[in-house]
Design a protein around this ligand. Structure first.
Ligand code: NAD
Length: 287
């Protein structure tokens, strides 16, 4: 069997188009242009690339974007004051703090993220949004898992009643993924570094999500024939070579559908950030 390859490009384009249309309608009906502020402290080269891509995506979709750049030496107080300004800035509907923060600010990460007005928390990391997601209320949801689930829907892969297994229990990917799949009536198991007999559990999955951060972790014998395998992992194994958590060559002979790395889930994250910015603007307009 050779799996259907779920290319992120195709689904990211659809999510972006949905966001563009919704933003356009909001502008027509209320005169408001959704706006995203991206806060970056210091000069991490990888972070600078991510931030540039986020502003570019906003430009392409007709969203307002604001770059807030702080020096490596910025203090906790300066960063928190910047967040407070953005919380009150009417042009801004979404605020994202680019991680990782410089070393001197790392201990303040939670405080900084939790200072963001939950209505503007387009990363979905604020406890209010985490809580709302877990009780099934409208929430801003972390972009990567939200993008994966939207991709499954757009690809016509049934979630309702499916047996889903998520490997990884992080707050950014694993746990929100679990909640999103549960909300759509999958039967979900979350596995992690203490899980015993992992392969026996993953072999039951109709939908298998890998968010571990270890190259080639999911091997063909861990996958049920015909399953959908979503590879969230991004692992740099050489200066110019990225691989996922799944042994793509071998698993694509067993799975029914699979996302590649690169070219899979990674592309969905920024598309979903655009969608979250538009959703945040709409929610703020209806308040
Ligand atoms: P994390 O390090 O916070 O979590 C990793 C999880 O894997 C942990 O919950 C841990 O329990 C689990 N794990 C580790 N070893 C295991 C084992 N032997 N068996 C079972 N579970 C094990 O990582 P994260 O932030 O969730 O990210 C996971 C991967 O996804 C990373 O490669 C990261 O780069 C990638 N990622 C990609 C995107 C994207 O846009 N595509 C976004 C976020 C993260």
């Amino acid at each position: 069997m050779t799996a259907r390859i779920l290319y992120g490009k195709e689904f990211a384009a659809k999510i972006r188009e949905e966001a563009r249309r919704e933003a356009e309608r909001l502008r027509r009906e209320t005169g408001v242009t959704p706006g995203l502020a991206v806060v970056i402290a210091g000069h991490d080269p990888a972070s600078e690339v991510y931030v540039r891509n986020k502003h570019k995506a906003c430009d392409e979709l007709g969203l307002f974007s604001l770059a807030v750049e702080l020096p490596e030496t910025a203090t906790r107080e300066e960063l928190l004051a910047k967040i407070d300004d953005l919380n009150h800035d009417e042009r801004i509907h979404g605020i994202l703090v680019q991680l990782p923060l410089p070393k001197a600010l790392a201990a303040a990460e939670s405080e900084v993220l939790f200072r963001i007005d939950p209505a503007k928390d387009v990363d979905g990391f604020h406890p209010v949004n985490v809580g709302r997601l877990s009780i099934g209320e409208a929430a801003l949801v972390p972009c990567t898992p939200a993008g994966c689930v939207r991709m499954l829907e757009l690809a016509g892969i049934p979630i309702d009643g499916a047996r889903a297994v998520v490997i990884g229990r992080s707050n950014i990917v694993g746990k929100p993924m679990m909640n999103l799949l549960l909300q759509r009536s999958a039967t979900v198991t979350v596995c992690h570094s203490h899980t015993k007999d992992l392969a026996a559990i993953t072999r039951e999955a109709d939908i298998l999500v890998a968010a571990v951060g270890r190259p080639g972790f999911v091997t063909a014998d861990m996958v049920k024939p015909g399953a959908t395998v979503i590879d969230v992992g991004i692992n740099r194994v050489a200066p110019k070579k990225l691989v996922g958590d799944v042994d793509f060559e071998a698993v694509s002979e067993v799975a029914g559908a699979i996302t590649p790395v690169p070219g899979g889930v990674g592309l969905l994250t920024i598309a979903m950030l655009m969608q979250n910015t538009v959703t945040a603007a709409k929610l703020q307009m209806t308040k």
